[in-house]
Ligand binder design. Structure first.
Ligand code: DGP
Ligand code: NA
Ligand code: NA
Length: 210
């Protein structure tokens, strides 16, 4: 089949939010739904812990290694860069990608440590721009009540509070914000609506951008 003759591309859909906001559950449900509807779709997540860089990140998050804040920031970014060309290929060939965390996590988590926002954003420039950013909105207190955090480095109340503040500063009017304290089914319904709407505009020829 000649790829050039295909008129539509996939959508780059990004889910963001604090740890325990329900992103992973929702991206799984959304993936299943779209697949059942016959769409070409893949579920991705960052950090992708399967690559060499991803293993360094994973070890850092598990507190098994220490790294300078700038160094780990660049590794998270590198982890997105190493998937960039595959991402572009998939989107151009018509596959929609549901991505659990992307550049906004990079900026939100590192700037919550006090790193300069401009410095944090720079390595993200040139990555593919999402067609849709959905923010699952929950307070850090409510998120922490959800069976408690795990043992990973960032899963602490005070730090998540700072991350929430960083996300708030990053948010713009193009983001779709969904109340993450609603029932799983209600969130799923709202998510489907914004995603299907976005996929439609991509199918209609909205260009992929950086
Ligand atoms: P997750 O697998 O979604 O639970 O992500 C692992 C942790 O890493 C989570 O606390 C969020 C954080 N994180 C994700 N992406 C980035 C990033 O690009 N930079 C930083 N500093 N932290 C990130
Ligand atoms: Na986590
Ligand atoms: Na998660």
């Amino acid at each position: 089949e000649n790829k050039e003759s295909r008129s539509s591309r996939g959508a780059l859909i990004v889910l963001e939010g604090l740890d325990r906001c329900g992103k992973t559950t929702q991206s799984g449900r959304l993936y299943k739904y779209l697949e059942e509807q016959g769409h070409s779709v893949e579920s991705w997540r960052f950090p992708d812990r399967n690559t060499g860089v991803g293993q360094m990140i994973s070890s850092y998050l598990a507190n098994k290694s220490q790294l300078d804040d700038h160094a780990i920031h660049l590794l998270f970014s590198a982890n997105r860069w190493e998937k960039r060309s595959l991402m572009e290929e998939k989107l151009k060939s018509g596959t929609t990608l549901i991505v659990d965390r992307y550049s906004y996590s990079g900026v939100a988590f590192s700037s919550a440590k006090g790193l300069d926002i401009g410095w944090c954003t720079a390595p993200e420039i040139g990555l593919l721009a999402p067609d849709l950013v959905v923010y699952l909105d929950i307070s850090h207190e409510k998120a922490a009540e959800r069976g408690g955090y795990g043992d990973e480095r960032y899963e602490q109340l005070e730090f998540q509070k700072k991350v929430a503040g960083s996300y708030l500063a990053l948010r713009d009017s193009s983001w779709k914000v969904i109340d993450a304290t609603l029932s799983i089914e209600d969130i799923e319904k709202k998510l489907r609506e914004v995603v299907l709407d976005c996929m439609m505009t991509c199918h209609k020829g909205k260009p992929l951008s950086q």
